[in-house]
Design a protein around this ligand. Structure first.
Ligand SMILES: Nc1ncnc2c1ncn2[C@@H]1O[C@H](COP(=O)(O)OP(=O)(O)OP(=O)(O)O)[C@@H](O)[C@H]1O
Ligand SMILES: [Mg+2]
Length: 383
């Protein structure tokens, strides 16, 4: 059993700073969980507390149902792989991988067998007699993982292990880790800054900010239904467009009006959003929900092209909404939005172009609290 439970866990550092505040999280046996958040939000602190490398100020940590607040790291049987692989430079790959077991007095034959299995799993068999200096970054990374695997831990904690790798190696290792998880079936907590890793690797994402876990869920759930503007902006590039607006009743319907756009609230969302009539809101829409061609139900808006980025597979248009004078207030910042359009769409900077907005995936947020106003999810939740 290798479930990991954090029960109101906090970490107050000696200097009075909170590393982690009141985190409640239950990680299932064999689950692959991602910690995602900006620098300094408490990802490593949480990992280090689970591993026992950092004491817990308050709350309880349970592994496999047992409280481990006072259990030494070596008795938790959890392996940590850090961003800096921390390999011994004077030892061969084989000895680096076997060192921990040797220190524990495990028989040589057993160690050799575990190293052979792990090296096979990680594609390291040809490199067992090399030293780390003679390996590529990705190979070193795999040695660090191999060293963790031979220990046969109940869980792996990976603290940005891929961040030193170039984009291609990173993508390869991402897949390798997912395969490894499938084969070993062990609990993995993976810390990353990378949204693609976060979206693709784990069963669940935990989004952290300022020491708190602000949203935990399946990647597509968090993507479709962010709890606040921070999560809405954090999880994708380009991020969700967030524009100041106002909700107004119009006849039987409901509209969202902002500088340069009026969007009818789709019937499905009316019951949830009707109480907001007359209120200022933040209108949120992802760049992929703006299109270059009209469709029934879409709202036409016009933008002035600020930039066109051609990415090969698609073009990102950055456009300025409205007149740019903020409705007559010359202090107002012109409102820019991004649209993910086809690679065939181009327009010169400065041109005014129509875009067609799909209102169904819209979100409305409270400008005071930044929280999303709840509405029914569009996602068919599948388990
Ligand atoms: N030993 C320490 N003493 C005091 N404060 C610390 C200590 N270690 C971390 N902190 C603070 O705790 C907070 C969380 O740090 P942590 O290392 O967990 O962040 P992180 O999310 O891993 O960031 P990064 O993405 O940069 O690695 C930060 O504000 C950090 O400055
Ligand atoms: Mg960190």
């Amino acid at each position: 059993m290798s479930s990991i439970e954090l029960d109101h866990v906090s970490k107050l550092y000696a200097n009075g700073a909170y590393g982690v505040r009141d985190v409640d999280l239950s990680i299932g046996d064999g689950e692959f969980v991602i910690f995602l958040g900006p620098s300094g939000c408490g990802k490593s602190t949480t990992l280090r507390m689970i591993a026992g490398l950092e004491g817990i100020t308050s709350g309880e940590l349970r592994i496999g149902g047992r409280c481990v607040n006072n259990v030494a790291p070596r008795d938790r049987n959890i392996a940590v792989v850090f961003q800096s692989y921390a390999l011994y430079p004077h030892m061969s790959v084989r000895d680096n991988m076997g060192f921990g077991l040797k220190m524990r007095g495990v028989a040589r034959a057993v160690i050799d067998e575990k190293i052979r299995d792990a090296a096979g799993l990680l594609g390291l068999t040809p490199y067992l007699d090399r030293r780390p200096a003679a390996l590529s970054g990705g190979q070193r990374q795999r040695v660090a993982l191999g060293r963790a695997i031979v220990r046969d831990p109940v869980a792996f904690l990976l603290d940005e292990p891929l961040s030193n790798l170039d984009a291609q190696l990173r993508a390869e290792m991402r897949l390798e880790l997912v395969k490894l998880h499938r084969r070993l079936g062990r609990t993995i907590v993976h810390v990353t800054h990378d949204q693609v890793e976060a979206m693709t690797m784990g069963d669940r994402i935990c989004i952290m900010r300022d020491g708190r876990m602000i949203q935990v869920g399946k990647p597509l759930e968090v993507y479709a239904d962010p709890v606040d503007t921070f999560v809405a902006r954090f999880l994708a590039t380009p991020p969700m467009n967030l524009v100041p607006a106002r909700v107004e009743g119009r006849g039987d319907g409901l509209v969202v009006v902002g500088d340069g756009f009026t969007v009818e609230v789709p019937p499905m969302h009316r019951p949830a959003y009707a109480p907001l009539a007359g209120r200022a809101v933040i209108f949120g829409l992802r760049p992929e929900d703006l299109h270059e061609a009209p469709q029934p139900g879409f709202a036409r808006i016009e933008v002035a092209v600020v930039a066109m980025e051609s990415l090969g597979v698609e073009n990102i248009l950055v456009g300025q909404l409205g007149t740019g004078d903020g409705g007559g207030k010359d202090t107002a910042k012109p409102q820019e939005i991004s649209a993910r359009l086809s690679r065939h769409f181009t327009a010169p900077v400065g041109a005014r172009v129509p875009l067609y907005l799909d209102p169904l995936p819209m979100h409305l947020f409270d400008p005071e609290t930044t929280r999303a106003f709840p509405r029914p999810s569009l996602r068919l939740v599948t388990n």
